[in-house]
Design a protein around this ligand. Structure first.
Ligand code: ADP
Ligand code: ZN
Length: 608
Protein backbone atom coordinates (compact mmCIF):
# COMPACT_ATOMS: atom_id res chain seq x y z
CA UNK A 1 0.00 0.00 0.00
CA UNK A 2 1.15 3.47 -0.77
CA UNK A 3 2.09 5.69 2.10
CA UNK A 4 -0.15 8.72 2.45
CA UNK A 5 1.89 11.78 3.34
CA UNK A 6 0.89 13.51 6.57
CA UNK A 7 0.95 16.97 5.13
CA UNK A 8 -2.43 18.13 3.82
CA UNK A 9 -3.02 18.00 0.10
CA UNK A 10 -2.74 21.35 -1.67
CA UNK A 11 -6.53 21.63 -2.02
CA UNK A 12 -7.13 21.07 1.69
CA UNK A 13 -4.35 23.45 2.55
CA UNK A 14 -6.13 26.12 0.55
CA UNK A 15 -9.37 25.61 2.52
CA UNK A 16 -7.42 25.73 5.74
CA UNK A 17 -5.95 29.05 4.75
CA UNK A 18 -9.36 30.55 4.02
CA UNK A 19 -10.83 29.17 7.24
CA UNK A 20 -8.08 30.73 9.32
CA UNK A 21 -8.39 34.03 7.53
CA UNK A 22 -12.16 34.06 8.02
CA UNK A 23 -11.78 33.30 11.71
CA UNK A 24 -9.31 36.12 12.19
CA UNK A 25 -11.49 38.64 10.43
CA UNK A 26 -14.54 37.51 12.42
CA UNK A 27 -12.79 37.86 15.76
CA UNK A 28 -11.47 41.29 14.90
CA UNK A 29 -14.93 42.34 13.81
CA UNK A 30 -16.70 41.18 16.96
CA UNK A 31 -14.08 42.70 19.12
CA UNK A 32 -14.80 46.17 17.83
CA UNK A 33 -18.57 45.91 17.60
CA UNK A 34 -20.35 45.38 20.98
CA UNK A 35 -23.57 43.87 19.79
CA UNK A 36 -26.82 45.88 19.97
CA UNK A 37 -26.77 49.18 21.75
CA UNK A 38 -29.49 50.16 24.35
CA UNK A 39 -31.71 53.15 23.78
CA UNK A 40 -30.21 56.46 24.77
CA UNK A 41 -31.57 59.48 26.59
CA UNK A 42 -30.18 63.01 26.85
CA UNK A 43 -29.39 64.53 30.28
CA UNK A 44 -32.11 67.22 30.11
CA UNK A 45 -34.67 64.54 29.24
CA UNK A 46 -33.42 62.39 32.12
CA UNK A 47 -33.74 65.26 34.57
CA UNK A 48 -37.27 65.85 33.33
CA UNK A 49 -38.13 62.19 33.85
CA UNK A 50 -36.54 62.18 37.32
CA UNK A 51 -38.64 65.16 38.33
CA UNK A 52 -41.70 63.38 36.93
CA UNK A 53 -40.90 60.42 39.20
CA UNK A 54 -40.76 57.77 36.49
CA UNK A 55 -37.09 56.88 37.09
CA UNK A 56 -36.67 53.89 39.37
CA UNK A 57 -32.97 53.24 39.45
CA UNK A 58 -29.65 54.65 38.32
CA UNK A 59 -26.64 52.47 37.94
CA UNK A 60 -23.16 53.50 37.20
CA UNK A 61 -21.29 50.77 35.34
CA UNK A 62 -17.80 50.99 33.86
CA UNK A 63 -17.88 54.73 33.39
CA UNK A 64 -21.32 54.96 31.86
CA UNK A 65 -24.64 55.80 33.44
CA UNK A 66 -27.65 53.59 32.89
CA UNK A 67 -31.11 54.33 34.03
CA UNK A 68 -34.22 52.19 34.30
CA UNK A 69 -37.77 53.32 34.81
CA UNK A 70 -41.23 53.54 33.37
CA UNK A 71 -40.24 55.79 30.57
CA UNK A 72 -40.23 55.75 26.80
CA UNK A 73 -43.01 54.22 24.80
CA UNK A 74 -43.87 51.44 27.25
CA UNK A 75 -45.05 53.15 30.43
CA UNK A 76 -46.04 49.92 32.17
CA UNK A 77 -42.79 48.02 32.11
CA UNK A 78 -39.45 49.38 33.20
CA UNK A 79 -37.02 49.85 30.38
CA UNK A 80 -33.26 50.54 30.28
CA UNK A 81 -31.65 53.68 28.87
CA UNK A 82 -28.13 54.78 28.45
CA UNK A 83 -27.46 58.42 29.31
CA UNK A 84 -25.34 60.59 27.08
CA UNK A 85 -23.44 62.41 29.75
CA UNK A 86 -21.49 65.11 28.07
CA UNK A 87 -20.00 66.94 31.07
CA UNK A 88 -19.10 66.38 34.70
CA UNK A 89 -21.56 69.11 35.56
CA UNK A 90 -24.44 67.17 34.11
CA UNK A 91 -23.40 64.12 36.07
CA UNK A 92 -23.28 66.11 39.32
CA UNK A 93 -26.72 67.51 38.62
CA UNK A 94 -28.14 64.03 38.04
CA UNK A 95 -26.51 62.64 41.19
CA UNK A 96 -27.79 65.58 43.28
CA UNK A 97 -31.29 65.17 41.95
CA UNK A 98 -31.16 61.44 42.67
CA UNK A 99 -30.30 62.31 46.30
CA UNK A 100 -33.20 64.73 46.71
CA UNK A 101 -35.67 62.46 44.93
CA UNK A 102 -34.29 59.40 46.80
CA UNK A 103 -33.85 57.43 43.63
CA UNK A 104 -31.85 54.27 44.05
CA UNK A 105 -28.33 54.87 42.86
CA UNK A 106 -25.60 52.32 42.81
CA UNK A 107 -22.30 51.61 41.33
CA UNK A 108 -21.87 48.18 39.79
CA UNK A 109 -18.27 47.10 39.74
CA UNK A 110 -17.05 45.91 36.37
CA UNK A 111 -17.23 42.13 36.10
CA UNK A 112 -13.88 40.51 36.42
CA UNK A 113 -13.13 39.02 32.98
CA UNK A 114 -11.99 35.40 33.00
CA UNK A 115 -8.22 34.95 32.62
CA UNK A 116 -8.44 33.98 28.97
CA UNK A 117 -10.63 36.85 27.90
CA UNK A 118 -7.76 39.24 27.34
CA UNK A 119 -5.82 36.56 25.59
CA UNK A 120 -8.50 35.94 23.04
CA UNK A 121 -7.83 39.35 21.62
CA UNK A 122 -4.38 38.19 20.71
CA UNK A 123 -5.50 35.07 18.90
CA UNK A 124 -5.83 36.59 15.42
CA UNK A 125 -2.48 38.28 15.68
CA UNK A 126 -0.84 35.09 16.82
CA UNK A 127 -2.49 33.18 14.00
CA UNK A 128 -1.34 35.67 11.40
CA UNK A 129 2.14 35.54 12.85
CA UNK A 130 2.13 31.74 12.77
CA UNK A 131 0.94 31.81 9.21
CA UNK A 132 3.89 33.98 8.18
CA UNK A 133 6.29 31.69 9.98
CA UNK A 134 4.71 28.79 8.08
CA UNK A 135 5.20 30.52 4.72
CA UNK A 136 8.79 31.41 5.48
CA UNK A 137 9.52 27.91 6.64
CA UNK A 138 8.08 26.54 3.43
CA UNK A 139 10.27 28.86 1.35
CA UNK A 140 13.37 27.86 3.25
CA UNK A 141 12.50 24.20 2.82
CA UNK A 142 12.05 24.61 -0.93
CA UNK A 143 15.40 26.35 -1.12
CA UNK A 144 17.24 23.72 0.86
CA UNK A 145 15.50 21.02 -1.12
CA UNK A 146 16.63 22.75 -4.30
CA UNK A 147 20.19 23.00 -3.12
CA UNK A 148 20.31 19.42 -1.90
CA UNK A 149 18.74 18.16 -5.10
CA UNK A 150 21.32 20.32 -6.81
CA UNK A 151 24.01 18.16 -5.32
CA UNK A 152 23.15 15.98 -8.24
CA UNK A 153 23.87 18.85 -10.65
CA UNK A 154 25.68 16.88 -13.29
CA UNK A 155 28.95 17.93 -14.70
CA UNK A 156 29.39 17.25 -18.38
CA UNK A 157 32.49 15.09 -18.35
CA UNK A 158 33.90 13.17 -21.28
CA UNK A 159 36.96 12.17 -23.23
CA UNK A 160 37.14 14.17 -26.45
CA UNK A 161 38.54 13.36 -29.83
CA UNK A 162 39.43 16.91 -30.88
CA UNK A 163 43.04 17.62 -31.81
CA UNK A 164 44.97 20.75 -32.66
CA UNK A 165 44.78 19.68 -36.29
CA UNK A 166 41.01 20.24 -36.11
CA UNK A 167 41.48 23.89 -35.27
CA UNK A 168 42.63 26.36 -37.88
CA UNK A 169 42.95 30.08 -38.28
CA UNK A 170 44.38 30.74 -34.84
CA UNK A 171 47.96 29.59 -34.93
CA UNK A 172 49.12 31.97 -32.20
CA UNK A 173 46.42 30.75 -29.86
CA UNK A 174 47.40 27.17 -30.51
CA UNK A 175 51.00 27.98 -29.73
CA UNK A 176 49.97 29.68 -26.52
CA UNK A 177 48.24 26.62 -25.15
CA UNK A 178 50.72 24.04 -26.48
CA UNK A 179 52.80 23.98 -23.27
CA UNK A 180 49.65 23.25 -21.28
CA UNK A 181 49.27 20.00 -23.17
CA UNK A 182 52.86 19.06 -22.29
CA UNK A 183 52.19 19.90 -18.70
CA UNK A 184 48.98 17.86 -18.48
CA UNK A 185 50.71 14.91 -20.04
CA UNK A 186 53.70 14.97 -17.77
CA UNK A 187 53.40 17.43 -14.90
CA UNK A 188 56.32 16.22 -12.85
CA UNK A 189 58.95 16.49 -15.52
CA UNK A 190 57.54 19.83 -16.50
CA UNK A 191 57.92 21.09 -12.96
CA UNK A 192 61.43 19.75 -12.73
CA UNK A 193 62.40 21.85 -15.70
CA UNK A 194 61.14 24.86 -13.82
CA UNK A 195 58.22 25.52 -16.09
CA UNK A 196 55.34 27.42 -14.60
CA UNK A 197 52.00 26.93 -16.16
CA UNK A 198 49.02 29.12 -15.36
CA UNK A 199 46.08 27.59 -13.54
CA UNK A 200 43.68 29.29 -15.84
CA UNK A 201 43.64 30.49 -19.41
CA UNK A 202 41.15 33.01 -20.66
CA UNK A 203 40.16 32.60 -24.30
CA UNK A 204 38.80 35.82 -25.68
CA UNK A 205 37.07 36.33 -29.01
CA UNK A 206 33.75 36.66 -30.81
CA UNK A 207 31.32 33.71 -30.68
CA UNK A 208 32.09 30.88 -33.06
CA UNK A 209 35.81 31.46 -33.41
CA UNK A 210 36.58 28.05 -31.93
CA UNK A 211 37.20 28.71 -28.24
CA UNK A 212 35.33 25.60 -27.14
CA UNK A 213 37.00 23.65 -29.88
CA UNK A 214 40.48 24.78 -28.81
CA UNK A 215 39.77 23.87 -25.19
CA UNK A 216 38.60 20.46 -26.32
CA UNK A 217 41.72 20.08 -28.43
CA UNK A 218 43.87 20.77 -25.36
CA UNK A 219 42.09 17.98 -23.49
CA UNK A 220 42.18 15.75 -26.55
CA UNK A 221 45.86 16.24 -27.21
CA UNK A 222 46.70 15.60 -23.57
CA UNK A 223 44.28 12.68 -23.47
CA UNK A 224 42.60 13.84 -20.27
CA UNK A 225 38.89 14.24 -19.42
CA UNK A 226 37.12 17.41 -20.53
CA UNK A 227 34.65 18.94 -18.06
CA UNK A 228 32.42 21.59 -19.52
CA UNK A 229 30.12 24.12 -17.89
CA UNK A 230 28.50 27.37 -18.86
CA UNK A 231 28.71 30.50 -16.75
CA UNK A 232 24.95 30.95 -16.93
CA UNK A 233 24.38 27.47 -15.46
CA UNK A 234 25.72 28.72 -12.16
CA UNK A 235 23.31 31.55 -11.76
CA UNK A 236 20.04 30.52 -10.16
CA UNK A 237 17.34 32.28 -8.25
CA UNK A 238 18.44 30.96 -4.90
CA UNK A 239 21.47 32.36 -3.17
CA UNK A 240 24.05 29.69 -2.61
CA UNK A 241 23.19 27.45 -5.53
CA UNK A 242 25.89 28.83 -7.81
CA UNK A 243 28.61 28.43 -5.21
CA UNK A 244 27.43 24.91 -4.49
CA UNK A 245 27.59 24.07 -8.19
CA UNK A 246 31.10 25.44 -8.47
CA UNK A 247 32.02 23.17 -5.58
CA UNK A 248 30.46 20.18 -7.32
CA UNK A 249 32.30 20.98 -10.53
CA UNK A 250 35.67 21.12 -8.83
CA UNK A 251 34.95 18.05 -6.72
CA UNK A 252 34.36 16.18 -9.95
CA UNK A 253 37.51 17.66 -11.45
CA UNK A 254 39.63 16.58 -8.49
CA UNK A 255 38.26 13.07 -8.86
CA UNK A 256 39.37 12.77 -12.47
CA UNK A 257 42.47 14.97 -12.49
CA UNK A 258 44.54 15.51 -14.52
CA UNK A 259 41.80 17.12 -16.52
CA UNK A 260 40.61 20.25 -18.28
CA UNK A 261 37.70 22.33 -17.03
CA UNK A 262 36.08 24.57 -19.60
CA UNK A 263 33.75 27.37 -18.52
CA UNK A 264 31.97 29.03 -21.41
CA UNK A 265 30.55 32.55 -21.02
CA UNK A 266 32.57 33.19 -17.90
CA UNK A 267 31.31 36.79 -17.91
CA UNK A 268 27.99 35.51 -16.53
CA UNK A 269 29.73 34.94 -13.19
CA UNK A 270 32.94 36.90 -13.56
CA UNK A 271 31.60 40.42 -14.17
CA UNK A 272 33.19 43.17 -12.14
CA UNK A 273 31.82 43.04 -8.64
CA UNK A 274 29.90 45.79 -6.98
CA UNK A 275 28.61 47.56 -10.05
CA UNK A 276 25.16 46.02 -10.13
CA UNK A 277 22.44 48.12 -8.57
CA UNK A 278 20.16 46.73 -5.91
CA UNK A 279 19.82 43.08 -5.01
CA UNK A 280 20.46 40.10 -7.22
CA UNK A 281 24.22 40.28 -7.45
CA UNK A 282 24.77 38.64 -4.11
CA UNK A 283 24.40 35.28 -5.74
CA UNK A 284 26.86 36.10 -8.49
CA UNK A 285 29.36 37.46 -6.02
CA UNK A 286 29.17 34.31 -3.92
CA UNK A 287 29.61 32.18 -7.01
CA UNK A 288 32.60 34.17 -8.19
CA UNK A 289 34.18 34.03 -4.74
CA UNK A 290 33.74 30.28 -4.67
CA UNK A 291 35.36 30.00 -8.08
CA UNK A 292 38.33 32.09 -6.95
CA UNK A 293 38.67 30.01 -3.80
CA UNK A 294 38.70 26.81 -5.83
CA UNK A 295 41.31 28.11 -8.27
CA UNK A 296 43.50 29.32 -5.43
CA UNK A 297 43.25 25.89 -3.86
CA UNK A 298 44.74 24.12 -6.87
CA UNK A 299 47.67 21.93 -6.08
CA UNK A 300 49.71 21.68 -9.19
CA UNK A 301 51.43 18.42 -8.41
CA UNK A 302 50.95 15.05 -10.04
CA UNK A 303 47.32 15.67 -10.89
CA UNK A 304 46.91 19.10 -12.31
CA UNK A 305 43.65 20.71 -13.25
CA UNK A 306 43.70 23.32 -15.99
CA UNK A 307 40.80 25.64 -16.29
CA UNK A 308 40.04 27.30 -19.60
CA UNK A 309 37.37 29.94 -19.78
CA UNK A 310 35.81 31.71 -22.74
CA UNK A 311 34.43 35.20 -23.06
CA UNK A 312 33.80 37.67 -25.81
CA UNK A 313 34.54 40.61 -23.55
CA UNK A 314 37.40 40.42 -21.11
CA UNK A 315 36.99 44.11 -20.27
CA UNK A 316 33.91 43.46 -18.16
CA UNK A 317 35.60 40.77 -16.08
CA UNK A 318 36.50 41.28 -12.46
CA UNK A 319 40.16 42.08 -12.02
CA UNK A 320 40.39 39.45 -9.30
CA UNK A 321 39.94 36.78 -11.96
CA UNK A 322 43.00 37.92 -13.86
CA UNK A 323 45.30 38.12 -10.84
CA UNK A 324 48.40 35.99 -10.99
CA UNK A 325 47.79 32.33 -10.24
CA UNK A 326 44.31 32.58 -11.68
CA UNK A 327 43.46 33.42 -15.30
CA UNK A 328 46.83 35.01 -15.79
CA UNK A 329 47.17 33.96 -19.39
CA UNK A 330 44.86 35.55 -21.87
CA UNK A 331 44.68 34.20 -25.37
CA UNK A 332 42.89 36.03 -28.10
CA UNK A 333 40.83 34.18 -30.68
CA UNK A 334 40.14 36.72 -33.40
CA UNK A 335 38.11 36.28 -36.55
CA UNK A 336 40.22 34.22 -38.93
CA UNK A 337 42.02 35.87 -41.86
CA UNK A 338 41.80 34.56 -45.39
CA UNK A 339 44.33 31.80 -44.90
CA UNK A 340 42.70 30.89 -41.64
CA UNK A 341 39.32 30.65 -43.32
CA UNK A 342 40.86 28.51 -46.02
CA UNK A 343 42.28 26.20 -43.35
CA UNK A 344 38.93 25.96 -41.56
CA UNK A 345 37.10 25.24 -44.83
CA UNK A 346 39.59 22.48 -45.57
CA UNK A 347 39.10 20.92 -42.14
CA UNK A 348 35.34 20.85 -42.45
CA UNK A 349 35.46 19.86 -46.08
CA UNK A 350 37.41 16.71 -45.27
CA UNK A 351 34.35 14.54 -44.81
CA UNK A 352 32.34 16.06 -47.66
CA UNK A 353 32.23 15.02 -51.28
CA UNK A 354 33.38 17.93 -53.37
CA UNK A 355 33.92 18.36 -57.08
CA UNK A 356 37.60 18.11 -57.95
CA UNK A 357 37.70 21.65 -59.29
CA UNK A 358 36.22 23.25 -56.17
CA UNK A 359 38.26 26.30 -55.23
CA UNK A 360 38.09 26.73 -51.46
CA UNK A 361 40.47 29.69 -51.59
CA UNK A 362 37.83 31.56 -53.61
CA UNK A 363 35.31 30.77 -50.90
CA UNK A 364 37.75 31.92 -48.24
CA UNK A 365 38.04 35.18 -50.16
CA UNK A 366 34.27 35.39 -50.39
CA UNK A 367 33.72 35.02 -46.64
CA UNK A 368 35.51 37.98 -45.08
CA UNK A 369 34.35 38.54 -41.49
CA UNK A 370 32.97 35.04 -41.03
CA UNK A 371 34.06 32.89 -38.09
CA UNK A 372 34.73 29.16 -37.93
CA UNK A 373 31.18 28.30 -36.97
CA UNK A 374 29.85 30.24 -39.99
CA UNK A 375 32.26 28.47 -42.32
CA UNK A 376 31.23 25.09 -41.01
CA UNK A 377 27.67 26.21 -41.63
CA UNK A 378 28.52 27.25 -45.21
CA UNK A 379 29.83 23.78 -45.98
CA UNK A 380 26.78 22.13 -44.45
CA UNK A 381 24.45 24.38 -46.43
CA UNK A 382 26.39 23.63 -49.60
CA UNK A 383 26.07 19.90 -48.96
CA UNK A 384 22.33 20.32 -48.41
CA UNK A 385 22.01 22.38 -51.58
CA UNK A 386 23.88 19.79 -53.61
CA UNK A 387 21.86 16.90 -52.26
CA UNK A 388 18.61 18.77 -52.90
CA UNK A 389 19.64 19.01 -56.53
CA UNK A 390 20.63 15.34 -56.46
CA UNK A 391 24.15 16.16 -57.43
CA UNK A 392 26.95 13.73 -56.98
CA UNK A 393 29.13 16.25 -55.23
CA UNK A 394 29.28 19.81 -54.01
CA UNK A 395 30.35 22.26 -56.70
CA UNK A 396 31.49 25.85 -56.61
CA UNK A 397 28.01 27.26 -57.30
CA UNK A 398 26.59 25.40 -54.29
CA UNK A 399 29.32 26.88 -52.14
CA UNK A 400 28.69 30.45 -53.33
CA UNK A 401 24.97 30.03 -52.84
CA UNK A 402 25.63 28.74 -49.33
CA UNK A 403 27.84 31.74 -48.52
CA UNK A 404 25.03 34.12 -49.51
CA UNK A 405 22.52 32.10 -47.56
CA UNK A 406 24.62 32.09 -44.41
CA UNK A 407 25.51 35.77 -44.60
CA UNK A 408 22.21 37.21 -45.86
CA UNK A 409 19.55 34.62 -45.16
CA UNK A 410 17.63 32.33 -47.44
CA UNK A 411 16.76 33.59 -50.90
CA UNK A 412 13.07 34.44 -51.08
CA UNK A 413 12.48 33.58 -54.70
CA UNK A 414 8.73 33.19 -54.29
CA UNK A 415 8.30 36.62 -52.72
CA UNK A 416 5.90 38.72 -54.76
CA UNK A 417 7.47 42.01 -55.65
CA UNK A 418 5.79 44.59 -57.85
CA UNK A 419 7.52 45.57 -61.08
CA UNK A 420 7.88 49.09 -59.80
CA UNK A 421 9.63 47.91 -56.67
CA UNK A 422 11.87 45.67 -58.73
CA UNK A 423 12.87 48.60 -60.91
CA UNK A 424 13.58 50.66 -57.84
CA UNK A 425 15.76 47.91 -56.40
CA UNK A 426 17.57 47.44 -59.70
CA UNK A 427 18.51 51.13 -59.78
CA UNK A 428 19.40 51.13 -56.09
CA UNK A 429 21.78 48.19 -56.39
CA UNK A 430 22.95 49.41 -59.79
CA UNK A 431 23.86 52.70 -58.11
CA UNK A 432 25.97 50.97 -55.44
CA UNK A 433 27.64 48.85 -58.08
CA UNK A 434 28.41 51.64 -60.51
CA UNK A 435 29.86 53.90 -57.83
CA UNK A 436 32.01 51.06 -56.52
CA UNK A 437 33.28 50.24 -59.99
CA UNK A 438 34.01 53.84 -60.91
CA UNK A 439 35.63 54.86 -57.63
CA UNK A 440 39.32 54.28 -57.40
CA UNK A 441 40.38 52.44 -54.28
CA UNK A 442 36.91 51.03 -53.53
CA UNK A 443 36.51 47.29 -52.98
CA UNK A 444 35.60 45.76 -56.34
CA UNK A 445 32.08 44.43 -56.80
CA UNK A 446 31.96 40.69 -56.91
CA UNK A 447 28.31 40.27 -57.58
CA UNK A 448 25.05 42.16 -57.52
CA UNK A 449 21.55 40.78 -57.27
CA UNK A 450 17.92 41.85 -56.93
CA UNK A 451 16.77 38.49 -55.61
CA UNK A 452 15.51 39.24 -52.11
CA UNK A 453 17.37 37.46 -49.37
CA UNK A 454 16.61 37.71 -45.67
CA UNK A 455 15.43 41.25 -44.95
CA UNK A 456 17.13 42.78 -48.02
CA UNK A 457 15.44 43.28 -51.38
CA UNK A 458 18.78 42.97 -53.10
CA UNK A 459 22.46 43.40 -52.43
CA UNK A 460 25.75 44.41 -53.86
CA UNK A 461 28.63 42.29 -52.76
CA UNK A 462 32.01 43.90 -52.62
CA UNK A 463 35.09 41.92 -51.80
CA UNK A 464 38.32 43.41 -50.59
CA UNK A 465 41.41 42.43 -52.57
CA UNK A 466 42.84 41.27 -49.30
CA UNK A 467 41.89 41.29 -45.64
CA UNK A 468 42.22 44.76 -44.23
CA UNK A 469 43.25 45.47 -40.67
CA UNK A 470 43.37 49.23 -40.85
CA UNK A 471 41.73 51.70 -43.14
CA UNK A 472 42.95 54.87 -44.76
CA UNK A 473 40.81 57.97 -44.85
CA UNK A 474 40.59 57.61 -48.62
CA UNK A 475 39.27 54.08 -48.27
CA UNK A 476 36.62 55.12 -45.76
CA UNK A 477 35.51 57.84 -48.15
CA UNK A 478 35.06 55.25 -50.89
CA UNK A 479 32.89 53.23 -48.55
CA UNK A 480 30.75 56.30 -47.90
CA UNK A 481 30.37 56.91 -51.62
CA UNK A 482 29.36 53.36 -52.39
CA UNK A 483 26.82 53.44 -49.56
CA UNK A 484 25.37 56.69 -50.87
CA UNK A 485 25.15 55.30 -54.42
CA UNK A 486 21.91 53.41 -53.78
CA UNK A 487 19.74 56.27 -52.58
CA UNK A 488 21.22 58.81 -54.99
CA UNK A 489 20.37 56.54 -57.93
CA UNK A 490 16.80 56.12 -56.64
CA UNK A 491 16.45 59.85 -56.28
CA UNK A 492 17.81 60.57 -59.75
CA UNK A 493 15.46 58.22 -61.53
CA UNK A 494 12.27 58.38 -59.48
CA UNK A 495 12.45 61.81 -57.90
CA UNK A 496 13.06 62.96 -54.34
CA UNK A 497 9.53 62.15 -53.19
CA UNK A 498 9.60 58.57 -54.34
CA UNK A 499 12.70 57.28 -52.60
CA UNK A 500 12.18 54.19 -50.47
CA UNK A 501 13.08 53.03 -46.99
CA UNK A 502 15.42 50.47 -48.54
CA UNK A 503 18.37 52.76 -48.00
CA UNK A 504 17.97 53.19 -44.25
CA UNK A 505 20.60 50.61 -43.44
CA UNK A 506 23.00 52.26 -45.89
CA UNK A 507 22.48 55.56 -44.05
CA UNK A 508 22.97 54.01 -40.68
CA UNK A 509 26.27 52.52 -41.72
CA UNK A 510 27.39 55.66 -43.52
CA UNK A 511 26.62 57.81 -40.49
CA UNK A 512 28.52 55.39 -38.29
CA UNK A 513 31.59 55.55 -40.49
CA UNK A 514 31.49 59.33 -40.83
CA UNK A 515 31.04 59.75 -37.09
CA UNK A 516 33.98 57.53 -36.33
CA UNK A 517 36.12 59.42 -38.84
CA UNK A 518 35.39 62.69 -37.11
CA UNK A 519 35.06 61.68 -33.46
CA UNK A 520 37.56 58.86 -33.13
CA UNK A 521 40.02 58.84 -35.98
CA UNK A 522 40.75 62.53 -36.21
CA UNK A 523 40.20 62.36 -39.98
CA UNK A 524 38.47 65.67 -40.49
CA UNK A 525 39.19 69.38 -40.47
CA UNK A 526 37.54 69.56 -37.07
CA UNK A 527 40.72 68.47 -35.37
CA UNK A 528 42.68 65.52 -34.18
CA UNK A 529 41.18 65.05 -30.73
CA UNK A 530 39.57 61.73 -30.02
CA UNK A 531 36.13 61.73 -28.48
CA UNK A 532 34.88 58.33 -27.65
CA UNK A 533 31.41 57.53 -26.49
CA UNK A 534 31.47 57.24 -22.74
CA UNK A 535 29.18 55.47 -20.32
CA UNK A 536 28.34 56.19 -16.73
CA UNK A 537 29.05 54.15 -13.61
CA UNK A 538 26.15 51.80 -14.37
CA UNK A 539 27.17 51.24 -17.97
CA UNK A 540 24.52 53.52 -19.43
CA UNK A 541 25.80 55.38 -22.50
CA UNK A 542 26.21 59.08 -21.87
CA UNK A 543 27.29 60.14 -25.33
CA UNK A 544 30.48 61.88 -26.23
CA UNK A 545 32.62 63.44 -23.58
CA UNK A 546 33.02 66.89 -25.13
CA UNK A 547 31.75 70.40 -24.50
CA UNK A 548 28.48 71.35 -26.25
CA UNK A 549 30.27 73.71 -28.65
CA UNK A 550 32.87 71.11 -29.57
CA UNK A 551 30.14 68.55 -30.01
CA UNK A 552 28.23 70.85 -32.29
CA UNK A 553 31.33 71.53 -34.35
CA UNK A 554 31.96 67.79 -34.71
CA UNK A 555 28.35 66.98 -35.56
CA UNK A 556 28.44 69.66 -38.23
CA UNK A 557 31.59 68.13 -39.63
CA UNK A 558 29.91 64.70 -39.83
CA UNK A 559 26.98 66.26 -41.66
CA UNK A 560 29.33 68.07 -44.04
CA UNK A 561 31.19 64.86 -44.92
CA UNK A 562 27.91 63.09 -45.68
CA UNK A 563 26.61 66.02 -47.76
CA UNK A 564 29.87 66.26 -49.72
CA UNK A 565 29.76 62.55 -50.40
CA UNK A 566 26.20 62.69 -51.66
CA UNK A 567 26.99 65.64 -53.91
CA UNK A 568 30.00 63.92 -55.35
CA UNK A 569 28.08 60.70 -55.99
CA UNK A 570 25.21 62.56 -57.65
CA UNK A 571 27.64 64.19 -60.04
CA UNK A 572 29.28 60.87 -60.80
CA UNK A 573 26.03 59.08 -61.52
CA UNK A 574 24.63 61.91 -63.63
CA UNK A 575 27.76 61.79 -65.73
CA UNK A 576 27.28 58.05 -66.20
CA UNK A 577 23.53 57.91 -66.47
CA UNK A 578 23.58 55.56 -69.49
CA UNK A 579 25.81 53.08 -67.70
CA UNK A 580 23.44 53.13 -64.73
CA UNK A 581 20.47 52.45 -67.04
CA UNK A 582 22.33 49.57 -68.69
CA UNK A 583 23.15 48.01 -65.32
CA UNK A 584 19.58 48.31 -64.09
CA UNK A 585 18.17 46.84 -67.30
CA UNK A 586 20.56 43.91 -67.11
CA UNK A 587 19.61 43.35 -63.47
CA UNK A 588 15.90 43.38 -64.27
CA UNK A 589 16.52 40.85 -66.98
CA UNK A 590 18.96 38.50 -65.25
CA UNK A 591 18.38 39.33 -61.54
CA UNK A 592 22.00 38.46 -60.69
CA UNK A 593 25.17 39.72 -62.33
CA UNK A 594 28.65 38.35 -61.73
CA UNK A 595 31.85 40.33 -61.73
CA UNK A 596 32.75 39.89 -65.44
CA UNK A 597 29.21 40.67 -66.63
CA UNK A 598 29.24 43.83 -64.57
CA UNK A 599 32.58 44.87 -65.97
CA UNK A 600 31.53 44.33 -69.59
CA UNK A 601 28.22 46.20 -69.17
CA UNK A 602 29.97 49.18 -67.69
CA UNK A 603 32.67 49.03 -70.30
CA UNK A 604 30.28 48.79 -73.27
CA UNK A 605 27.58 51.26 -72.29
CA UNK A 606 28.07 54.91 -73.21
CA UNK A 607 28.39 57.42 -70.40
CA UNK A 608 25.55 59.83 -71.07
P1 ADP B 1 33.14 29.39 -29.57
O1 ADP B 1 33.34 28.50 -28.41
O2 ADP B 1 34.29 30.33 -29.83
O3 ADP B 1 31.83 30.10 -29.60
P2 ADP B 1 33.01 26.92 -30.95
O4 ADP B 1 34.29 26.29 -30.58
O5 ADP B 1 31.81 26.48 -30.21
O6 ADP B 1 33.13 28.49 -30.89
O7 ADP B 1 32.78 26.73 -32.50
C1 ADP B 1 31.66 26.08 -33.01
C2 ADP B 1 32.06 25.17 -34.13
O8 ADP B 1 32.55 25.92 -35.23
C3 ADP B 1 33.17 24.23 -33.76
O9 ADP B 1 32.66 23.07 -33.21
C4 ADP B 1 33.83 23.97 -35.09
O10 ADP B 1 33.17 22.94 -35.78
C5 ADP B 1 33.64 25.26 -35.83
N1 ADP B 1 34.84 26.09 -35.67
C6 ADP B 1 34.88 27.30 -35.04
N2 ADP B 1 36.12 27.80 -35.09
C7 ADP B 1 36.89 26.92 -35.72
C8 ADP B 1 38.27 26.89 -36.06
N3 ADP B 1 39.09 27.90 -35.73
N4 ADP B 1 38.72 25.82 -36.72
C9 ADP B 1 37.89 24.82 -37.06
N5 ADP B 1 36.59 24.78 -36.76
C10 ADP B 1 36.07 25.82 -36.11
ZN1 ZN C 1 21.65 49.87 -50.40
Amino acid sequence: MANKPMTPAPQQRKYLFWAVLFFCVAVLFFKTGNGSRPQTITPPALIREMRAGTVQQLSFTQGSLEVSGLMGSDKNHPSMFQVDLATQEQLNQVVDLAGTQSIKYHVIPAPHPPWWASMIEWVPYVLIFLYFIYIMEKQAKAQSKFISRDRRFTVDKKMVKARFADVAGCEEAKEEVADIVQYLRNPLSFNRLGGRVPHGVLLEGPPGTGKTLLAKAVAGEADVPFLAAKGSEFIELFVGVGASRVRVLFEEARKCAPCVIFIDEIDAIGKKRGVAIGGGHDEREQTLNQLLTEIDGFEQQEKPIIILAATNRSDVLDDALMRSGRFDRQVSMPRPDRNGRFGILRIHGRDKKMAPDVDLMAIAKDTGGMVGADLENVLNEAALEASKKRKEWIDQADLHEAVDKVSMGKARKSMKISDKEKRMTAYHEGGHTLVAMLTEGADPVHKVTIIPRGPALGFTKQLPEEDRYSHTKAYLLTMLRVLAGGRVAEEMIFGKENVTTGASDDFRRATQIARKMVFEFGMSDAGLSVYQDTSDFWGKPTGVDASPTTKEKLENEVERILQDTTGHVRELLEKNRKKLDALAEALLEKETLQVDEIASIIHNAPST
